[in-house]
Design a protein around this ligand. Sequence first.
Ligand code: ZN
Length: 454
Amino acid sequence: MSMVTQGTERSRWLIKGARPLGGTPANILIDGTAIVVVEPAGRGGAGQAADRSVTVVDADGLIALPGLVDLHAHLREPGREDAETVASGTAAAALGGYTAIHAMANTEPVADTAGVVEQIWRLGREAGNCDVRPVGAVTAGLAGSALAELGAMADSAARVRVFSDDGHCVADATLMRRALEYVKAFDGVIAQHAQEPRLTAGAQVNEGEISARLGLTGWPAVAEEAIVARDCLLAAHVGSAVHVCHMSTAGSVEIIRWAKSKGWQVTAEVTPHHLLLTDELAIGYDPVFKVNPPLRTADDAAALRAALADGTIDCVATDHAPHPAESKETEWSQASFGMTGLETALRVVHEAMVSTGLMGWNEVADRMSVRPAAIGRIGALAAGLGELRHGCEIAPGQPANLVLYDPEPMTPVDPAAHASRSRNTPFAGMKLPGQVIATFLRGRPTVSDGRLAR
Ligand SMILES: [Zn+2]
């Protein structure tokens, strides 16, 4: 295990009185990039605290979670730096408690070659706020007609394992089959944006009572569910791994439950906004609530929450989708789809899942760190990654990726305070619990006292 941090001197931190996974208060000693001691608070720690080379963090009342991992964020660089950059998006991530995020491929140019994914990976390293794992496009130019250079992206320095045409569905079943077959060779996974294009032409909001009332073109649940079912069957047929992005309907949950009961390599994510918000918010025609897939009914949201709680849905992924004001502050039908999410995800999950009694902090750590890391092939069991692993236990010998979270405050979300370059959060002004106090990336604070460190 390496004990040497980047820079001149190795840093040591004693986090006193934090509650790992919301449990009993403990002292956590970090030396260099790793956790070296975790012991009950009150016992020990004094010796280390007296050592002046150790920085003491008073974490009384704070919950310690493993650094969060996002499988689904849009960082917009290269190409749309007016909306976000790798630096601003990863700053938002760190403030949200994330230590690793996956950057979606729909940049300009598209991340469909080794060159582009290496550029994004390198920008992430330079920014230093969290690890950036580029997602490679499944098809060249996201055009849906020919496979991209999946092998070259996997072999590149960015070591891509997750591939997605997100924003677009890989609608062609033959291409989807070939992509699933191809990634088996290097234990990759295809993350599908499940949207049958022919069933969603011009769609604006969930198809149902609200779309009828508003006179906007409806987006039927079946457009998602048909692709989810097809891709579960394809993954089973070729013995490969499919991950379903941003599940939004009760029917999708039933299909995933069935596919998992068969033992197929199927995983799924849900966004914070689909857990907490419903299509009734579209009634005011405010495009901040316009998103792909659309906000669904209260019954769908309840099914998604239950499925996340029982583990049918593996993880929470933000689908952080920053847009400049001119793309969102316009009429509904003209506005872009998407919402920011990195800086509010943990608080929204707290509100939707923990405050409701559906999950404890142990489950939050599992669904927001352990499982997404495993799906991204950077988890505790990932071979050859050493200290670059995420979603590990808070235990001696593990990489020191941690978030310290204060569950007590109830404050309104203030987009003006966000590090993201964009302000399109649907939670603006909403009172939510909690605050990220500190984030540690391999023993180095990226956030301290609730602000970006440095
Ligand atoms: Zn998507």
